[in-house]
Design a protein around this ligand. Structure first.
Ligand code: NAD
Length: 419
């Protein structure tokens, strides 16, 4: 049950923290605490050895008030209902904060993609899509990649849904390969968005990115693109972590070489420059630096870790990397400029929105056009949030949550009890 999940309680604590700051009837917040709809499907898959294995797939549609649900699909052995519900809730606030015509949703399948063959992965994905088809649609719920899924997964979902409905429907899903109606700029969108937010925060802090120091946890899609973009701006990336360990190198890492290593070996393990500098997670987050980017997974920074942070900017590339306990400390730490997740990593859903629009119109944009529009939307959301924070005397997370939650709550309030 999702109610028992610590991550769900963390998301709930964030919602509760802004309830009294928003002048709307209490009943509307009751509705926001629980998802509108949760669909669980069983997925029988014929494995390569001839046996049939059962998997469970979940799609949580937290709110469909502002438009079709939008949110990733996660494949992980640890995925659970509370995590997916919390992530769906964050998607509602995120889409609202950046003013996208979407509600919030998220999905997950309990499986270990690293231990599955390509064929098994394809059969799992296609059967899940078939089971979930009555509940999704380009105007109902639009999925996207998340941890453990990728462009190929999205292509299979697009193909299965189109085959099932008999209509070519690329806008059923975003994060597709460019060759099958994907958009240019989607792969780099989240990491670039993180860095556009860091640029705005740096202006507010009087920090120059050239010769600044950065530490990035996670070297997957978000972490590696962020590290590369910071490196390209002259920042020295002195800390990188992935599932194989936490690595510090005060003279700075050769980020492009690490990306090349990752593409070949799937982890940083064995990269020639890093072996001597392996540290614990606590030491990693306590590293003195200008910019700290948690870009791996949720609940990485607890109260203790937050107290020991020595950065100027904390940019939440991951969803929910700070626990509620950490938030208490971060609110007191005026020396740290926090860019909250629903703003910081919104580049991915912004460009997903562009992909959806292009799919509906069958009219495709250049990479430059995508990037210009991404910058326009995310920089505007950053400024709106920071100006609101200053006007009200709020920290950045409270300001972002107030803006995001208010939009969804107000739409529910004005429309009535159905949506
Ligand atoms: P990914 O699977 O591509 O990469 C995850 C990275 O984290 C990998 O390098 C992995 O080795 C590392 N990692 C896993 N466990 C770790 C641990 N215990 N310590 C250190 N590193 C660890 O995933 P991603 O797409 O980059 O997503 C990362 C985070 O960003 C997630 O929270 C995701 O929900 C969020 N996010 C992703 C996108 C997107 O467009 N990909 C958009 C918004 C938010």
């Amino acid at each position: 049950m999702f109610e028992n999940s610590p991550f769900y309680h963390q998301a709930l604590a964030q919602l509760n923290s802004v309830e009294d700051k928003i002048d709307l009837p209490k009943g509307v917040f009751e509705r926001l605490r629980v998802p509108k709809r949760t669909i669980t499907v069983s997925i029988p898959v014929r494995m390569d050895n001839g046996e049939t294995k059962m998997f469970l797939g979940t799609r949580v549609q937290h709110s469909l008030t502002s438009g079709p649900g939008k949110g990733g699909l996660r494949y992980s052995p640890h995925v659970e209902a509370g995590e997916v519900t919390a992530l769906a809730m964050l998607m509602s606030w995120k889409c609202a904060l950046v003013n996208l015509p979407f509600g919030g949703a998220k999905g997950g399948i309990n499986c270990d993609p690293a231990k599955m063959s390509l064929g098994e992965n394809e059969r799992l994905t296609r059967r899940f899509t078939q089971e979930i088809t009555p509940f999704i649609g380009p105007n109902t719920d639009v999925m996207a990649p998340d941890m453990g899924t990728n462009e190929q997964t999205m292509a299979w979902i697009y193909d299965t849904y189109s085959t099932m409905t008999g209509v070519n429907c690329p806008q059923i899903i975003t994060g597709k390969p460019v060759a099958v109606f994907g958009t240019l700029g989607r792969r780099t969108a989240t990491g670039f968005g993180v860095v556009y937010c860091i640029e705005e925060a740096a202006k507010e802090c009087g920090l120059k990115l050239t010769n600044s120091t950065a530490v990035v946890q996670g070297f997957g899609n978000v972490g590696s693109v962020t590290a590369q973009a910071l490196h390209d701006r002259g920042a020295k990336v002195i800390g990188i972590a992935d599932v194989s360990g936490n690595y510090i190198r005060p003279s700075g890492f050769n980020v492009p070489a690490m990306i090349a290593h990752m593409e070949k070996h799937r982890t940083l393990e064995g990269f020639e420059n890093i072996a001597a500098d392996k540290v614990t997670k606590e030491q990693f987050f306590a590293q003195q630096c200008d910019i700290m980017v948690p870009a791996a997974m949720e609940m990485q920074i607890n109260g203790e870790v937050a107290r020991n942070l020595k950065c100027r900017i904390l940019a939440e590339g991951a969803n929910g990397p700070c626990t509620a306990d950490a938030d208490v400390h971060l609110r007191e730490r005026k020396d740290i400029f926090l860019i909250p997740d629903i703003l910081c990593n919104s580049g991915g859903v912004i460009v997903s929105y562009f992909e959806w629009v292009q799919g509906i119109q069958m009219y495709f944009w250049s990479a430059e056009e995508v990037d210009n529009k991404l910058q326009q939307l995310i920089r505007r959301a950053f400024l709106t949030t920071s100006q609101f924070a200053k006007r009200r005397g709020y920290d950045m997370r409270t300001a972002a949550l107030c803006l995001g939650v208010f939009k969804v709550a107000n739409e529910k309030h004005q429309r009535g009890l159905f949506p």
